[in-house]
Write a new protein. Structure first.
Lengths: 113, 262
């Protein structure tokens, strides 16, 4: 059986939404763990936050902002598609959601460096 | 460079045509043979290239000239009957209206039976699951009047009629069903064609049981199983939009859930 061709914009938007959601879900426990340091061990939190100055961490944060933004915009697009009485121009909306996510994460990177 | 020749070339053709016949280029065609029961394997064929050649022409050439046991299904050849759909280079297509020129990659084409349906033999699939789900989605007419009563007038400009009309040109080719990853992963999922059929009936002023339609499409494997991947709309050869139809059913079932009525 030949491989099924899926490379069309809406399927790519679907997989991007799924993967970004999965990665954010994996990140959340770690995020809460770091936040809990503020309550239990402020000094350790401060020393941990100094890591944020390392370039590779900044890049990772940028990726995180991208995942958050693309998941949020993608989710809004899906909710609009399913609950509002219009369904046209979905490819444009999917592309706009991804472009918006790139824009936001790029803005974050520019402010971080 | 590929040289397409007129298919009328043959023994009675003038000498200049005969000369070209010997130079005729061929296409390498890989066809999936066998069935789930006997095991499937790819078989390669060399098929002469012609001008205005469709993928169905290629399959027919193999069956008529190389291997008469090749099994496939077709009827109208003009994109009306929906029986010749196959996977062409991994994309579900109506083969009678797919030109070889459009899908040829490095002089090769890969042809396989439709995805998500049991293979009977070679390129012929069992369409029963597809049509069973059509019935399960309540895709049948619920009459508002008997044959003795006058036919009620339908306003073609009415919004509901226009929504219904947008989806009624489905030819049951099962291309959307083969394209859908939700169908592939959920055996209970009714699929885009059946749900679109339900949506057209839901919007039909002559359908008397909208509640039955919403009951049928709101359960397990119904419209809410759709992940809005859009492969159905992308690959529908008739340019229909099952993705929007399913979104419409999602809205209608949700509205009813919150007391909005069918």
């Amino acid at each position: 059986m030949s491989r099924v061709a899926r490379a069309h914009p809406l399927w790519l938007a679907y997989i991007l939404h799924r993967l970004s959601g999965l990665l954010l879900a994996l990140f959340l426990p770690f995020h809460f763990l770091v936040l809990s340091l503020a309550l239990h061990n402020a000094a350790r939190l401060d020393s941990f936050l100094t890591l944020a100055e390392i370039p590779v961490i900044k890049l990772s944060e940028t990726a995180l902002v991208f995942l958050l933004a693309v998941h949020m915009f993608g989710g809004l697009r899906l909710m609009a598609l399913e609950w509002l009485p219009w369904s046209g121009a979905q490819k444009t909306w999917a592309a706009s959601a991804t472009a918006g996510a790139f824009f936001l994460s790029f803005l974050f990177l520019m402010r971080a460096i | 460079m590929l040289v397409y020749l007129n298919r009328n070339t043959g023994s009675t053709a003038p000498e200049r045509w005969k000369a070209k016949v010997t130079q005729r280029e061929t296409i390498t065609v890989t066809v999936q043979r066998g069935s789930a029961a006997t095991g499937q394997q790819a078989q390669e064929f060399q098929v002469p290239a012609y001008e205005s050649q469709t993928v169905l022409d290629v399959v027919s050439w193999i069956q008529q000239n190389t291997d008469p046991t090749l099994t496939y299904r077709f009827a109208c050849r003009v994109g009306m009957c929906g029986s010749c759909a196959m996977m062409v280079n991994g994309v579900p297509r109506w083969t009678c209206r797919t030109h070889v020129k459009k899908v040829l990659k490095d002089q090769r084409i890969d042809i396989a039976p439709l995805r998500n349906l049991p293979v009977l033999k070679d390129l012929a699939v069992d369409m029963d699951p597809f049509f069973d789900k059509w019935v399960a989605a309540e895709g049948r007419h619920h009459p508002t009047a008997g044959r003795e009563e006058p036919i009620p007038a339908i306003n073609p400009e009415a919004q509901n009629r226009q929504v219904a009309s947008a989806g009624i040109e489905c030819i049951n080719c099962s291309i959307c069903y083969a394209a859908c990853d939700t169908v592939a992963n959920d055996p209970d999922y009714l699929g885009p064609a059946a749900l679109q059929r339900a949506w057209t009936l839901y919007n039909d002023a002559k359908d008397a049981d909208r509640s039955a339609i919403l009951d049928a499409v709101s359960g397990k494997g119904g419209c809410h199983s759709c992940h809005s991947m859009g492969s159905c709309t992308t690959y529908c050869p008739n340019g229909l939009d099952p993705l929007s139809a399913i979104a419409g059913l999602k809205r209608a079932t949700t509205r009813r859930f919150f007391g909005g009525g069918a």
